[in-house]
Design a protein around this ligand. Structure first.
Ligand code: B12
Ligand code: SF4
Ligand code: SF4
Length: 309
């Protein structure tokens, strides 16, 4: 799915997104993710990211909704679904660049000025969900995900600032969450503190993907990690808009790319060097061997209640 929106016409609704972002930062919800407050001014003003920006081209790319890892927790761990396959940062950016290159050539052949752009796939100080929602690709669900009525939330986003206008005004989709609160209730650590507001300090995804050093969780929270070793999909699994996409994925005969799926036995014996080589072409490469080891230990202890590592 793709869409676009001009910066001039998006000013007012974008300011509302940015206000939410600032409130979130000021409430300490970003935990130790220092790059978020550091990029505050660039998120406020996209011209600081790409000085000639006039519009934003956005994509939302679905990924397999089939569980990623072992459903029998005693055999092996679970990983977030979005980590399946190659590293999405480069894959989506390359795809967007190819699309924009062909648009640029077409425009040039029609006598227009050469189009220039900057692609950002989780790599720059950009509020990707905000831009994708303003470009009409979905609404922001109570789990804070960009949601689409047919495709649910198992979507990865990409944004490119263009130096020409596309003539598109903001067209956010109306929220279809209604009175549902499944995601808030389904989060085992109560990290969704209000509809659309996630406190990273309490989130398994943050603990396993972003937090450096020890994860200080005790009792119930520690047990809530379950077999998640990288990311967490529970607030998405709880969502009725993902039920259909999951059913479709489970009945798809093509085998998903499960290169990261390994048993506890394999993982607990694996050397840090081997881990780095094994994950180098995937988005898991963001998790360094020390944190990976910590995640394995936390999850294994949470599932099997022992320290057999
Ligand atoms: C930091 C970060 C995290 C943090 C914090 C998540 C969070 N909810 O803020 C942690 C590590 C916890 C995380 C987890 C995940 N992440 Co993340 N993450 C990011 C990152 C780098 C920045 C997000 C950010 O700025 N957060 C701060 C909050 C305040 O901003 P926001 O999430 O954009 O929220 C906006 C809306 O909530 C909006 N809003 C909310 N309610 C309302 C109401 C109204 C009326 C309005 C106007 C606006 C509004 O205001 C905010 C500003 O626009 C983005 C990439 C990027 N550059 O944008 C990926 C990104 C958001 N993550 C992504 C993914 C896939 C995940 C996980 C699913 C991974 C996993 N399985 O573990 C989980 C999902 C957890 C969840 N429920 O959000 C995708 C989301 C795709 C989608 N469909 O939405 C992104 C866009 C990466 C990408 N390029 O695809 N992530
Ligand atoms: S990713 Fe997991 S821990 Fe974080 S808000 Fe969603 S369900 Fe809760
Ligand atoms: S679980 Fe319900 S409230 Fe949460 S995002 Fe999905 S529809 Fe919205």
């Amino acid at each position: 799915m793709s869409g676009s929106v001009d910066l001039a016409s998006a000013q007012e609704p974008y300011a509302e997104h940015f206000r939410k972002f600032e409130e979130w930062l000021d409430a300490g919800r970003a935990a130790t993710m220092g790059y978020l407050p550091r990029g505050r001014d660039r998120r406020r003003d996209p011209l600081r990211v790409f000085p000639s920006a006039k519009s934003v081209f956005c994509v939302a790319v679905p990924y397999s909704a089939a569980p990623h890892g072992f459903t029998d927790q005693t055999k092996g761990p679970l990983l977030a679904r979005y980590l399946r396959g190659g590293d999405y940062h480069s894959l989506i950016a390359e795809r967007m660049n190819r699309m924009l290159e062909s648009v640029a050539k077409k425009l040039e052949s029609q006598g227009h000025e050469r189009l220039r752009w900057k692609t950002c796939v989780d790599t720059s100080a950009v509020l990707e969900r905000a831009w994708c929602s303003l470009a009409g690709l979905g609404w922001i669900g109570k789990n804070s995900m960009l949601m689409h009525p047919t495709h649910g939330s198992y979507l990865l986003l990409g944004v490119a600032f263009l130096d020409q206008e596309t003539g598109c005004a903001p067209s956010p989709l109306r929220s279809l969450c209604g009175s549902c609160r499944n995601c808030l209730e389904g989060c085992p650590t109560k990290a969704l503190v209000n509809p659309g507001e996630l406190d990273a300090n309490r989130c398994i995804s943050y603990w396993t993907l972003e937090k450096r050093g020890p994860v200080k969780t005790g009792g119930e929270s520690r047990m809530a990690i379950g077999s998640w070793v990288a990311g967490c999909d529970l607030c998405q699994e709880a969502c009725p808009f993902n039920a259909k996409v999951t059913k479709r994925a489970l009945s798809d005969p093509t085998l998903p790319d499960n290169r990261l799926v390994q048993s506890w036995e394999f993982l607990l014996k694996e050397s840090p060097e081997n881990y780095e080589i094994r994950v180098s072409s995937t988005a898991l490469n963001r998790v360094k061997p020390t944190e990976w080891r910590r995640n394995l230990q936390l999850a294994h202890e949470s599932i099997l209640g022992d320290r057999n590592y």
